[in-house]
Design a protein around this ligand. Sequence first.
Ligand code: BES
Ligand code: MN
Ligand code: ZN
Length: 487
Amino acid sequence: MDFQIFTGNPAELTADTLVVTINDNGELSASAEKIDSASGGAIQARISAKDVTGSAGSSLTLYSLANTQANRTVIAGSGKENLNAVDANKIASTIGKAIAGKTGTAAVDVSALATDSRPQAWWAEQIVLAVHAAQYKFIATLPGKEPSPALDTLVWIGEDVKTALTVADAKGLGTSYAKELGNMPPNICTPTYLADEAQKLSDAAGFSCKVYDEKEMEEMGAGAFYSVAKGSSEPGKLIIMEYKGAGKEAPHMIVGKGITFDTGGISLKPGAKMDEMKYDMCGAASVLGTMKTIAELKPAINVVAIITSAENMPAGDASKPGDVVTTLSGQTVEILNTDAEGRLVLCDALTLGIRDYKPATCVDVATLTGACMAALGKVNSGLFTTDEELATELNTAGAYSGDRVWRLPLEDDYQSLLDSNFADIANIGGPLAGATTAACFLSRFTEGTRWAHVDIAGPAWGGDGTSKGATGRPVPLLTTYLLNKVS
Ligand code: BES
Ligand code: MN
Ligand code: ZN
């Protein structure tokens, strides 16, 4: 997408689509006034006829208005003066949908909506992300289906927010890439497929990329990772991408769970909706999506991205409940439930990443527990950390991007739920506080490092039936969080 800034009279601007706003008192923004007066009151006439109300998220499209140069004029409702987050996102999404999926040029004026907390740069970012979202279509396994047409040029009527537009375009690319990987069927999107994608992205962007296969992991002593990977004929992979934009500074590390299919293993899941367990690699997808954004923007930070990937299958050589394995850290784990596999592949990835890269901060993202989804639904991801500064940074990034997190407890009182009489630690903590005990498990492998865990079990995908799909979350959260670190 190309971007231009325009400050003249919108009635004189040639565009395929022009967007102006009215609020829910029926008051016209400055641009809407100009179009109304040029066209002899075309907008006022629609307001009088009650064809358009100005409520948040509403819109009306008018075609070829007299004395204007746009093929379509979209009148978008801007709602009340003090917008809440839900209405603000509704407005951005409506505008994104109105201008997306058509080639050519769209011009947007939302300057009447800018406030201190949502400046024009925020609107620019959200609208560009909404365009990407509206244009995303999964066609990889639908022969003969065409991709949506893509908007060529977005003309921003108002302040010079070119930087925000470019940043948002890169975030949108990363988010769509994460959706594509998440939606890809599990017979195609295997650990090997993720490793190939990481290699391709790294080659194109100049990242270094290292892939350990499951045998190397076993020989290294990563017994927890191997205990999950060994039950599948698809070899597990630990993938590390390294981006250097800030010389010798300690890197920021992101780690994603990449279970390309989670049957539960010998602790087999029930059959209903089991197809959804192809989304158990959405943490990995969002790490790849984030690195795609980083590749586009090349910010002045160092980032190490780790994907810990395997298929969790029942098999003759699969792990059994009661098995005890030795992790890369040396701690032993009693596997009481083979369906708690995410923490097993993550713990060795965290140990290896922290050992080899000494990161300044470490954030893992994982579709880790049904308990987290039960607590927070599909709105917020669960945030677990004992580092107040990291909590603030992730909360701020979540609120700004709309890819929100909600902090849940990670207090020492919960740790004893993981006690085992046969190993240093059990891999499940019983029926209570399931999201927290999963985080407690991971905390045993991150001591001394500034670390946060984000459980994305709810937000990673949504919809049902033919509307089911990956959301690309938490790419907006991770990219915003990382880019905020650029000094
Ligand atoms: N991938 C699942 C978590 C999950 C479940 C994500 C449903 C999204 C929707 C994870 O591997 C898992 O199976 N967790 C178990 C843990 C339990 C055995 C302690 C769970 O949440 O039931
Ligand atoms: Mn599982
Ligand atoms: Zn899982």
